[in-house]
Design a protein around this ligand. Structure first.
Ligand SMILES: Cc1cc2nc3c(=O)[nH]c(=O)nc-3n(C[C@H](O)[C@H](O)[C@H](O)COP(=O)(O)OP(=O)(O)OC[C@H]3O[C@@H](n4cnc5c(N)ncnc54)[C@H](O)[C@@H]3O)c2cc1C
Length: 384
């Protein structure tokens, strides 16, 4: 069992770390200022420039196949890079990626949707959740009714990330007797969006479809096979959620250590108190556990093994860990932790989402338990 990174992998990690520290972290005060004044944290132009700069250093399409112009660094490096990006709260990600299910498109769909998304010319969103169907995604009610060579879509989607900015949506609807089907629907075809204010900064949107006409050739994948595509989309990077949180948690614990070393109470720095030390120690233990569970899930994906069980474990553990760590870090900072002068309260609000989206804690537990009870996964196995 080899836990070391190759020299090349280490170099990639160090280059990303340097890029984040030099180019992205300096934007943090601006992001806080903008958000406090009700503006988006990062202007789209600044994000575009940052991505262009990263592209020049070779960071483009981290996990995108080479034939599509990507770096194809694989799941483990993608997770490690996400950990590095997670060290900053600036809403940044490298460009050059597209939703995995767009690769299932026909040649023409790839030209119209996949390639412009990779290039950053078009923005996508993924819409399955509805007001009446979240965890119970099989219960969606959005309808698609055939009319000649078109499908007419009606229904409402909710909590759609990027839904207010997207140029097109991958929307899941029940296509008559065929069942759930995925349609690629341009905004110009007539769907409307409305932002949903949330406690965090990744504001989703509700989408309304009122008799939106979509040509037959805009079905992504096969008629009636949409649910499989949706699960493939959700499964693509479940390990990426805890990966990013690990970077945030490490950065915050470092902030807590630095603060504990200078903050005095009752004649001593608070780092001398066992109560504070234990919070720091417990945080590192949980971060390390999350790191290895996450890398194991990424490794399974890279090996082409079934990674669903490992990804559920990693996602559940990472989401809970991040919320425990941010709470402790806020506690160590006392009243200062609660203010908007420091970014801790921002992380506190943002990380709360991790326990909800892409499968709540309860749904991950349900998946893990059912896999074990039904024998899809077994206890006590190593390396299989
Ligand atoms: C900021 C944000 C961004 C999102 N982005 C997207 C997106 O891009 N695209 C998209 O399609 N969706 C998106 N979602 C939706 C998200 O995936 C759902 O919110 C999530 O799956 C939970 O569904 P729900 O909100 O309807 O909660 P519900 O399913 O109503 O759950 C309510 C509570 O009941 C629990 N529960 C439900 N069923 C069970 C069960 N069987 N056993 C035990 N407990 C259960 C849940 O765990 C939860 O605690 C986003 C949500 C948010 C908040």
């Amino acid at each position: 069992m080899d836990f070391s990174l190759t020299p090349e992998e280490r170099q990639i990690r160090d280059t990303v770390r340097a890029f984040i520290e030099k180019e992205v972290m300096p934007l943090e005060p601006e992001v806080l200022r903008n958000e406090r004044e009700g503006r988006p944290g990062l202007e789209p132009d600044i994000l575009r420039d940052l991505r262009a700069k990263a592209r020049k250093s070779g960071f483009w399409g981290i996990n995108t196949p080479e034939e599509y112009g990507g770096a194809a660094l694989g799941p483990i490096m993608s997770a490690i890079i996400a950990m590095e990006i997670g060290r900053t709260f600036v809403p940044f990600s490298f460009g050059g990626s597209a939703d995995n299910i767009l690769y299932a498109g026909t040649e023409e769909q790839q030209q119209r949707y996949l390639l412009p998304t990779i290039e950053g010319e078009r923005r996508s969103c993924f819409a399955i959740t509805e007001p009446g169907a979240g965890s119970d995604a099989r219960n969606i009610r959005t309808k698609a009714v055939r009319d000649g060579s078109e499908w007419v879509i009606s229904g409402e989607k909710t909590f759609i990330t990027g839904g207010n900015e997207a140029d097109f949506v991958m929307v899941f609807a029940v296509a008559e007797e065929h069942g759930v089907t995925c349609f690629l629907v341009d905004r110009e075809m007539g769907w409307k969006s409305e932002p949903i204010p949330t406690m965090g900064q990744w504001g989703p949107a509700s989408l309304v479809f009122e008799d939106v006409r979509v040509p037959e050739e805009n079905i992504l994948g096969e008629l009636g096979k949409g649910f499989e595509l949706a699960m493939q989309w959700i499964g693509q990077g479940r390990y990426m959620i805890p990966a990013r949180a690990i970077g945030s948690a490490e950065r915050m614990v470092q902030m807590a250590i630095d603060y504990a070393k200078i903050r005095k109470s009752m004649g001593q720095t608070i780092s001398n108190y066992q109560a504070i030390q234990w919070m720091i120690a417990d945080s590192q233990v949980e971060i390390e556990a999350a790191k290895w569970l996450t890398l194991y899930a990424a490794w399974r994906v890279g090996q082409g093994l079934d990674a669903r069980h490992a990804s559920s474990i990693a996602k559940l553990n990472g989401a809970v860990m991040a919320n425990q760590v941010v709470d402790r870090v806020l506690q160590i900072h006392g009243g200062m932790g609660y203010t908007k002068e420091l970014p801790i309260e921002r992380w506190y609000r943002e990380l709360r989402l991790l326990r909800i989206f892409e499968g709540t804690d309860e749904i991950q537990r349900r998946t893990i338990a059912r896999n074990l009870i039904k024998g899809h996964a077994r206890l006590g196995l190593i390396g299989e």
